[in-house]
Design a protein around this ligand. Structure first.
Ligand code: FES
Ligand code: FES
Length: 131
């Protein structure tokens, strides 16, 4: 079928069996939530992190979008789990894209995942500002 022809096996692996799909309580102080949209295609991605002792103990996502966006967000959540915020913020869309073998036309899907991670971290930091 069309999907199988258009996507790299790595994408399909995540698309068919997405790891870390789900959501966390966005009102919890331990949770940071990032919601981002891609103007190009209208896809929306929500990514949440739970931070304990300065490390990301849980990362989950909900993505309304293409297979590449779902695979990108799933891979991103796997990647950042266990990392500190400083480490997680360094995840680049190019890392995601090369891992998943995304073609140029699908690069914005991995961009969405990078943006969602950054937004979730920002939200967490904002909630926990000590002033
Ligand atoms: Fe977003 Fe492909 S255009 S689903
Ligand atoms: Fe837009 Fe994938 S086609 S996020």
């Amino acid at each position: 079928n069309i999907i199988k022809r258009a996507y790299h096996p790595k994408v399909l692996e995540y698309y068919e069996n997405p790891k870390n799909a789900g959501s966390l309580d966005k009102n919890s102080k331990e949770v940071g939530t990032g919601v981002v949209g891609a103007p190009a295609c209208g896809d929306v991605m929500k990514l949440q992190i739970k931070v304990e002792d300065g490390k990301i103990s849980e990362a989950v996502f909900k993505t309304f979008g293409c297979a590449s966006a779902i695979a990108s967000s799933s891979y991103a959540t796997e990647y950042i789990k266990g990392l500190s915020l400083d480490e997680a913020v360094q995840l680049k869309n190019s890392d995601i894209a090369s891992y998943l073998h995304l073609p140029p036309i699908k690069l914005h899907c991995s961009m969405l995942a990078e943006d969602a991670v950054k937004a979730a971290i920002k939200d967490f930091q904002k909630k926990n500002e000590t002033k």
